[in-house]
Write a protein that binds this ligand. Structure first.
Ligand code: S3P
Length: 443
């Protein structure tokens, strides 16, 4: 990561107008590289997100023995080593800011007879890894960390003969589920994950796309039971990465709160395990139309037409949290611009993201004159229809804090200054230029 600090401020802007495509989905981009690397033969990927998080995963795949090449903008080729075929890396694997890249590769490596050291930046070094290591140790891997709570840097010895397990994740986390499924590829028999609350399902879809046998059945009111048949022969299959709904969230909210705006976002993934924000915004009165719904690369996508809308406060149920876990910061911005109170329930997992996003959302809004409360794991925003602005925002190495604060500044009375926008490059390269192109005043 380039360590240059890049401060920026957003000012009240005229109507945002235009048609844009946000970069490829981060979750799918990581998985395409990792599953491609566990496949025998060559996988072609188009629309790969070329953000720093994904680039770090591509480097890790190379260090683990896959051949990974970029042949054009967003166009990549992965020549894989086959299930359980990772080779021992010569140096520690550095995942920078990316929890997803790191945890998924820990899972994939846990099923290979190699020893690898995992590391990351100060933000990633502060995030919990123990919960991902626990099930992997049950499968036969061994991890050693010098720090409490099994944080990075840590060294993992993968299992020579991985054991398939039945695993119930203690938290609604697609990363935990995915780590176990990726380790389970190398185990004989069936690896089962029972999630009490369904989370994004890209790993299941991608493994099936590459020929693995994965069955998914409902389990309880909100849960799913996922069964993977181990030791499949993964067959290369091209991947087209759709536009990332978690990145689209920022121009969507900006268009809703800047008066007179109308913006079209092309090819946004509308997989229901990712669209909790759009559903919530519609509950708040947002005009978000899905044009030209279609299937691309095995995922539902649509063009979203978003118009500035009068928003009202709503209650967001806790079971929706896994379907919008990365979107609460920017939902906080929408809620502050709405009339009335929005209560977002069950946000425990937000405390362990790139930063403590529960505290960060409250601080960002409070610094800009918004009335906010934290009640247990709930965030309550008392919207007044507009935001005063003027309050400096600290990004804490968190890309989504930076983008949310800048979106807020486009509609607030006074400018919103952000201390550092450098981390935006982890997930949304070109964000500032795109928002300027739509008419946003960022300088
Ligand atoms: C992701 C899962 C989520 C999300 C992250 C991407 C994934 O994390 O916050 O940005 O690609 O699996 P958790 O699974 O820990 O909630």
């Amino acid at each position: 990561m380039d360590q240059t600090v890049s401060p920026l401020a957003a000012r009240r802007s005229g109507p945002l107008k235009g048609r844009v495509r946000v970069p490829g989905d981060k979750s799918i981009s990581h998985r395409a590289l990792i599953v491609g690397a566990l496949t025998v033969g060559e996988t072609a990927i188009t629309g790969l997100l070329e953000g720093e998080d994904v680039i770090n995963t591509s480097r890790a795949m190379r260090a683990l023995g896959a051949k990974v090449e970029r042949t054009g903008p967003g166009v990549w080729r992965v020549h894989g080593v086959g299930v359980a075929g990772f080779v021992q890396p010569a140096a520690p694997l550095d995942f920078g800011n990316s929890g997803t890249g790191c945890r998924l590769v820990i899972g994939a490596a846990a099923g290979c007879p190699i020893t690898a050291t995992f590391d990351g930046d100060a933000s990633l070094r502060s995030r919990p890894m123990k919960r991902v290591l626990d099930p992997l140790e049950r499968m036969g891997a061994r991890a050693t960390s010098m720090t409490e709570g099994g944080r990075l840097p840590l060294t993992l010895a993968g299992a020579r003969d991985p054991i398939p397990i039945v695993y119930e994740p203690p938290a609604a986390s697609a990363q935990l589920k995915s780590a176990v499924l990726l380790a389970g590829l190398a185990a004989p028999g069936e690896t089962v994950v029972i999630e009490h609350e369904a989370t994004r399902d890209h790993t299941e879809r991608m493994l099936r796309h590459f020929g693995a046998e994965v069955t998914v059945t409902r389990d309880g009111a909100h849960g799913r039971r996922i069964t993977l048949k181990g030791q499949p022969e993964l067959v290369p299959s091209p991947v087209i990465v759709p536009a990332d709904p978690s990145s689209a969230a920022f121009p969507v909210v900006a268009a809703l709160i800047v008066p007179g705006s109308e913006v079209i976002l092309e090819g946004v993934m509308t997989n229901v395990t990712r669209t909790g924000l759009f559903e919530t915004l519609r509950d708040m009165g947002a005009i978000i139309e899905e044009l030209n719904p279609r299937i691309e690369g095995g995922e539902d996508v649509a063009d979203l037409r978003v118009r500035a809308s009068a928003l009202r406060g709503v209650e967001v149920p806790p079971e929706r949290a896994p379907f919008m876990i990365d979107e609460y910061l920017v939902l906080g911005v929408a809620a502050a611009n709405a009339e009335g109170t929005t209560r977002m329930r069950g946000l425990k997992e937000l405390r362990i993201k790139e930063s403590d996003r529960l505290a960060a959302t409250a601080n960002m809004l409070r610094a800009n004159g918004v009335d906010v409360e934290i009640d247990g794991d709930d965030l309550i925003v008392h919207g007044k229809g507009r935001v005063a602005g003027g309050g400096p925002v600290t990004t804490h190495m968190d890309h989504r804090i930076a983008m949310s604060a800048l979106v807020m500044g486009l509609a607030s009375d006074k400018a919103v200054p952000v201390d550092d926008t450098a981390f935006i490059a982890t997930s949304f390269p070109g964000f500032v230029e795109m928002m300027r192109g739509l008419g946003g005043d960022l300088s």
